[in-house]
Design a protein around this ligand. Structure first.
Ligand SMILES: Cc1cc2nc3c(=O)[nH]c(=O)nc-3n(C[C@H](O)[C@H](O)[C@H](O)COP(=O)(O)O)c2cc1C
Length: 187
């Protein structure tokens, strides 16, 4: 378990072979995701899974939305094509949503946290199968237009796009700051 957690890495779609993972295996990863902790058992996660031909539609949506919402001074010419290209390399792209549960006592932040826990489950489970994942967030994910396009309500959120694929090779282990810089032990 420890080795699995410490060796998980983000691997970007340009490092994927383009091989397709069977839908049934992706379904199992999604089930793993749903075993994440969630306050009040609201299970606030929702996943839109793009595979096959639908990937190109999502690529087109991302390219168009990027072009529409990016201010001129921030616009990068290569980006729209990059969004389209990624879709041919990833096996599945999972749109990560938080659908707010109907328990008003659970604060929004906790619903978001629960979805992030679910995504981590999914990433670790994919890694256990030597599959790669990349969580992409940013302006498109957080834009109202995107939320609308997926039929989400005002109280819901899109947390990003998870690219899943078969990596050309494993990524090297990445170091972290020494734990002493992140912990204050009280004794
Ligand atoms: C909530 C969240 C959003 C992220 N969004 C992006 C992103 O938009 N672009 C990106 O390149 N990486 C994104 N990442 C991935 C991080 O860049 C990556 O996890 C980080 O570099 C650490 O590398 P590792 O995953 O290999 O440990 C995101 C990660 C998280 C948890």
């Amino acid at each position: 378990m420890r080795a699995l957690i410490r060796s998980r890495r983000t691997i970007y779609p340009n490092q994927y072979t383009g091989e397709i993972i069977p839908d049934e295996q992706i379904r199992e990863l999604l089930i793993d995701a749903t075993y994440a902790p969630n306050h009040g058992r609201t299970e606030p996660w929702y996943f839109f899974v793009f595979s096959g031909e639908a990937r190109a539609e999502l690529g087109e949506f991302l390219a168009t939305t990027y072009t529409e919402i990016t201010p001129e001074d921030k616009f990068k010419k290569h980006k729209p094509e990059e969004y389209r290209q990624r879709m041919t390399l990833a096996s599945h792209i999972i749109v990560l949503a938080m659908k707010r549960g109907d328990n008003p006592r659970i604060p929004e932040i906790e619903e978001v946290e629960a979805v992030a826990c679910a995504v981590q489950n999914l990433q670790l489970s994919a890694h256990a199968n030597s599959w790669a994942t990349y969580w992409s967030s940013g302006a498109i994910a957080y834009h109202e237009k995107t939320k609308e396009a997926f039929g989400l309500r005002e109280q819901d959120k899109i947390l990003g796009f998870l690219y899943v694929g078969v990596p050309k090779e494993a990524a090297p282990v990445q170091s972290r700051a020494p734990i002493e810089t992140k912990v204050d032990w009280k004794k």
